[in-house]
Design a protein around this ligand. Structure first.
Ligand code: NOJ
Length: 714
């Protein structure tokens, strides 16, 4: 018998269930209610994992109780939400997605893992891989945006970054891909609401990022809180056992979301905790986070013969195997053993500054940016201008707010010769407009106005859905007053929008001279933004979600299927709105730079391919602007005639090229013909011969694309 088998054979039921129980630090499970302190339970071996504990000293104190004072000495698994950095905070994941740079995605996860491991943490509840096409849903901020292929690239990069090549390494964290799956299309964008979508959408839109995470070796998966057509994901045998463990071959640990097993009662599929625990265990959930359902419910379920000891042992084996792979048995105190030195932290701050700047998407620029060097007096207006504590977004648990850089601070340090005058005008969500008049005087006296508006950090993320996608509170009023005043005096207004989602603010985009979508840029926010505004960095971010004109267009995404009645302005009975265009204000992939790029000369070869071949796609890019900049090009395909209607655009690649003024170059992309298939409902690829369009463009706007057709041969 191997080590784990021997341990299991020696364990009492209570100890087994302990290994399946994850508790928030500072609490213990003392009955159906969670209260008190966890130390006794750790000693008794009835808690196997902790969340929300960090810091080498504290982690080791708890670890010592488990390793030295519990009967079997099994180490604890310490898990944490390491979402977009740990102590050093990078942009929110949606902002990072805008980089379209797998190396950068991997690097920030690597750095976050190193920092978190130095805090004693061994498992990250990340990456969050929920495709979102509905910006009302607050958790949009945590994820990869609207596209499954993009989500898959991010998934693989993040898993590589967190886990490295050896899970036992001192700086490696087990990655938990979440939230499996199809959490994004919650009804009406309301968090935790029911999901009811087609099997094909689940397979083609919501599964691919998870499949990529599993293929990259993700050690864990967390089921979503939500139900899919009546079956809560925490109890979804078909998806957890059938698809995840079966078809995707996942043999790692499934960790429930917070209290999710007990919530099976609220979902209306379990009458009591024993039934809830039974459903989750049967679906393959190994660790019960904070529901106390396994500890209380499974002994009862055993008595009722709803579950078997073998099923419990299987889950325990998976948990112990993960602890073994993490090196916890051999070296339980390795993570958190040494604090990181100042040079590592400084290097990471520099990285945060760079990534924060590269995440910025320039939505508009009527020659207002970069700011001319002659600017002497700058008005920096708005409730987000000097709001350092709002800059890191909703998941900044261990950041140090005192060290975050506001826009005002960043601009002051970048523009030493200029006077930077600030007034918030209004608060982010409040009603008081008495401060607006004062801001107008400041604008009158300035050479240019930087208007910092948007959401508070807590307005996106979990439990932060919004029915309106305009600026909260009185910010619209502030913005309109400021723009009117500046316009009257001929001064440029540069609007910076902070948000965890695309906002529907067409009025702002129309009136401001330049608009930057900054997302929540991270701890170096002010420096990142100053770098872009002053022209130190040419903006290169591309939006990973379509920007709607109005909430009524939501859900909005480029990968729509063709209609039998495509929109036709001359025909009323076609698929369109009476009051707005169908198209988003800014399509997926949109983003300006300080260069000016043109694409030409698309070359695709070969023109006839079989399933096993690769297609080479080349396009020339020229920068005929006056500044060096980087261009991103996107590769889309459209299978025009298939047995199942295919989306009008499917993303299959992207590439980047940096060019000096007047310079041109070639971007080469490859696509395996096998990628042109679609999935059958049995998850097997369907490869149909026929014509496929290969398109390359600067964003998901078909009118800007170069197109060639190839033939797929059997
Ligand atoms: C609930 C969230 O849904 C999940 O993303 C997170 O990892 C857990 N809470 C733990 O904090």
């Amino acid at each position: 018998m191997n080590r784990i088998g021997a341990l299991i054979a020696d364990m009492t039921l209570a100890e087994k269930l302990g290994q399946l129980t994850m508790t928030a630090a500072g609490y213990t499970v003392t009955g159906p209610v969670i209260a008190g302190d966890s130390t006794d339970a750790i000693r008794a071996g009835t808690i196997g994992s902790l969340l929300n504990l960090y810091g080498g000293g504290q982690v080791h104190e708890m670890q010592r109780l488990a390793v030295e004072e519990s009967r079997l000495g099994i180490p604890l698994l310490i898990a944490f939400d390491v979402i977009h950095g740990h102590r050093t905070l990078f942009p929110v994941p949606l902002g990072e997605a805008a980089l379209f740079d797998p190396e950068a995605w991997e690097l920030t996860a690597r750095e976050a893992a190193t920092e978190a491991a130095a805090d004693g943490i061994a498992m990250a509840f990340a990456p969050m891989l929920d495709v979102s096409r509905d910006p009302r849903w607050g958790r949009t901020a945590e994820g990869p945006g609207e596209d499954p292929w993009l989500g898959a690239q991010i998934a693989a990069a993040k898993v590589r970054g967190f886990q490295g090549s050896d899970l036992a390494a001192a700086a490696a964290l087990a990655a938990v891909a979440k939230h499996f799956c199809a959490y994004g299309p919650v009804t009406a964008g309301r968090d935790y609401a029911s999901v009811d979508i087609s099997e094909r959408s689940v397979l083609e839109v919501h599964l691919p990022p998870f499949a990529a995470a599993i293929a990259a070796g993700a050690a864990g998966v967390m089921p979503a809180f939500t139900d899919l057509a009546g079956i809560p994901m925490t109890a979804h045998v078909g998806l957890l056992r059938g698809v995840l463990r079966g078809r995707l071959g996942f043999d790692g640990v499934i960790v429930s979301d917070y209290n999710a097993i007990a919530e099976l009662m609220r979902h209306g599929v379990a009458a009591d905790l024993a039934e809830a625990a039974t459903l989750a265990l049967k679906a393959g959930v190994d660790i019960d986070m904070m529901a106390n359902a396994y500890r209380i419910g499974l002994p009862v379920a055993l008595q009722r013969e709803l579950v078997s000891m073998t099923e419990i042992d299987d889950a325990v084996r998976r948990v112990l195997t993960l602890k073994l792979r993490l090196g916890l048995f051999e070296q339980p105190y390795r993570r958190g053993a040494s604090a990181e030195g100042a040079p590592a932290l400084e290097r990471r701050r520099r990285l945060a500054r760079e990534i924060g700047a590269r995440a910025v998407v320039m939505l508009k620029n009527d020659a207002a940016l970069p700011l001319p060097g002659a600017v002497r007096r700058l008005a920096v207006i708005g409730p987000l201008a000097d709001a350092a504590d709002q800059m890191c977004g909703p998941w900044s648990l261990v950041g140090q707010p005192g060290t975050y850089v506001s826009v005002v601070a960043g601009l002051r340090s970048a523009l030493l010769g200029a006077q930077v005058v600030h007034s918030p005008g209004v608060t982010i969500g409040g009603d008081d407009i008495s401060g607006i008049a004062g801001t107008l005087d400041i604008c009158s006296a300035a050479d240019a106005v930087i208007l910092c508006v948007g959401e508070a950090a807590a307005m996106s993320g979990e439990a932060a859905s919004r029915a309106c996608l305009d600026l909260p509170g009185q910010q619209r009023r502030l913005a309109l007053s400021v723009i009117d005043r500046a316009k009257a005096l001929g001064k440029p207004v540069i609007a910076i929008v902070f948000s965890g989602r695309p906002l529907a603010v067409p009025w702002l985009i129309e009136r401001a001279d330049a608009v930057l979508a900054a997302w929540f840029p991270g701890c170096e926010a002010g420096h990142s933004i100053a770098d872009v505004i002053t022209g130190q960095v040419s903006p290169s971010g591309r939006t990973p979600m379509s920007w709607p004109r109005a909430v009524g267009q939501v859900p909005i995404f480029f990968g729509q299927r063709p209609s039998g009645r495509p929109a036709d302005p001359d025909n009323a009975y076609t698929s369109k709105y009476l009051d707005l265009p169908n198209e988003p204000l800014f399509p997926f992939g949109y983003g300006l730079s300080y260069g000016r790029f043109g694409l030409s000369n698309l070359r695709v070869s070969p023109h006839e391919v079989t399933a096993s071949e690769q297609i080479e796609v080349r396009v020339d890019v020229a920068n005929d602007g006056a500044r060096a900049a980087e261009q991103t090009v996107f590769l889309f395909v459209h299978d025009r005639i298939a047995s199942v209607a295919r989306p009008l655009l499917e993303l299959k690649g992207f590439g980047k090229i940096a060019l000096r003024p007047g310079e041109s170059g070639t971007v080469t992309l490859y696509i395996a013909a096998a990628e042109l298939r679609f999935l059958g409902l049995d998850l097997r690829p369907v490869f149909e011969p026929g014509e496929v369009e290969i398109m390359v463009g600067p964003c998901a706007d078909r009118s800007l694309m170069l197109v060639q057709s190839i033939r797929l041969c059997a």
